[in-house]
Every structure is written in C-alpha cells, then in structure tokens.
Ligand binder design. Sequence first.
Ligand code: AMP
Ligand code: ZN
Ligand code: FE
Ligand code: FE
Length: 281
Amino acid sequence: MGKADLHTHTTASDGALKPADLVKKAAEKGLKILSITDHDTVNGYLEAKETASDLQIELISGCEITTLWKDREVHLLAYYFDETDQGLLNLLKKQKSARIVRMKAIVESLKKEGLDIDIDEVRAESGPGNMGRPHAASVLINKGYVASVAEAFIRYLSSEKLKDIQTRYASIDETIDAVRKAGGVISLAHPGPIYSQSEIDDILTLGVDGLECIHPSHNFNVQRTFRQIAKTRNLLVTGGSDYHGKGKSDYDPYFGIVTIGNAHVASIKRLSQRRKSSNYA
Ligand code: AMP
Ligand code: ZN
Ligand code: FE
Ligand code: FE
C-alpha cells in the first residue's frame, strides 16, 4: 500500500521544482500516487508524465482552479479529468490571461505605494508558468522590500490588501460544469481556515464531489470535523501536502508526510469513471 499526495505545485505555476524533479522527489519520499495540481494549468502534469511512468508513480491528472464565488476566490481541485477536453482547456487558457491582467493591476497598485517594481520582473520569476502572487513576493524579497514571502503577503499581497482588484477568473459554476464535462471530479481545496460552516454548505450544493480533509493547514480536530462532514454527506475525501518547494511556502516540510490512503484515491477514480461513462453514453 503506497502513499498518495493529491496536492502539489511545480514551476508550471508557483512551485519551485520542475515537474520531473517533483516526481523524482516524490519517488524518494516513497509516494506511489501523485497529482500535480498547479494553479489553473495542466502543463506541469503533462510534462511530468514520462518521468512518472519511468519511476512507476501513478500520476493523476490534476489542477487547482481559482474560481469566483460571491466575489471571493475559491480554490477547487479537479482530478481524473480528460486533459484533452477542449472546454476545460479553454477555461484554463482564459485563467492564464486573467492572471496576467491581474498581475499588471497588482504591480500598478504596488507602484502607487511607492515600490519600484515592473511586470517584466514578475515575468522573470514566473517564466512561462502561470503568474501568481508568490512571484511578485519573490521580486519584493530580491529588492529588499520584505524579508520573507509571509511578510510580502501581510504587507502587500493579501486578498484584503488587493480587494479592489477584480480578476476575471471563471465562476465556480462554470468551472464545476467544465470539469464534470471533462469527466473529472471536484474537491473543495483546504476548506479549514477559510470558510464558515454555512458557506461550506452553500458551496457543496453547487456540485462539489469532495472535501480536501487532509491538508497541512488542518490540525487534527479540523481534519476530523471535515472527515465527519464528508462521511455524513457521502462526499469524497481528498488530501495532500500543497507542496510548493523550498522557500515557497510554510508547507514545505510536509511533502511525503501529509498523505492520503489508496482507498480514498480508488473512490475518486471510481466516480470519475462513472462520470466519463455517463458523459459519453
Ligand atoms: P494566487 O494564485 O496569485 O492567488 O496566489 C496564491 C498562492 O499564494 C497560494 O497557492 C500560496 O502559494 C501563496 N499564498 C497565499 N497566501 C499566502 C500567505 N499568506 N503567505 C504565503 N504564501 C501565500
Ligand atoms: Zn500556490
Ligand atoms: Fe490553494
Ligand atoms: Fe495549492
């Protein structure tokens, strides 16, 4: 029985490791099942496939999609979708552009605060991958404005600080629809510290299949609470380390440690198989 990690990031979004290097590290940590869930892109997953096959790691198609729900950003995890599905790929393409437009607005707001920062510097950090706030944080660290990613978020990049910037992310409904049409299943990412119980109830009614019960931000009690909710409502349980790589996030040490069991992965797979066969029927 191998261990599974269903939440990781690579250089295709805001992670530190290249997709192949993440897979190698996963193998070193004894993981047997892995999902690369970069923000709004499947490029890291696609790039990692060959290495995963060489190292006999089962790589599950995955993506962490930023969606809009009542003017808030909600992260949904999608798994086992058909990665050639045009509807889903179109949605992700728009997300990539929305991220660029948003980053330009973030850079402008930082300039207004007197910081010397340019979009090209953020682009130099992200490379061809999807731009995210951690890339802006790296620029601020390199320029000596802040000492850490955490400080960059507290002083400049929190959702509260950036609340006037409207991002054209896909709505939660259209995202759920696109993932389902691609035969995928949807889990609400790291619900623990973010939503109230009634907000979770509202989101679950929209067609979410599971809850990310296991995540480094969930202590034992939070994890137990979400497992209970999943059980009583017959929802899937997902989980993973949200690994971003060294210096990128506080969850760094949990790779290979925060994992889920095979039985949960099998349930996720079964639902996607049922969905695919009814979609194509
Ligand atoms: P974005 O995709 O631009 O919305 O950025 C979201 C990413 O920023 C998350 O996936 C984390 O990697 C990182 N992040 C969010 N909040 C914080 C925080 N308070 N401290 C450090 N990193 C954060
Ligand atoms: Zn991230
Ligand atoms: Fe997230
Ligand atoms: Fe994540």
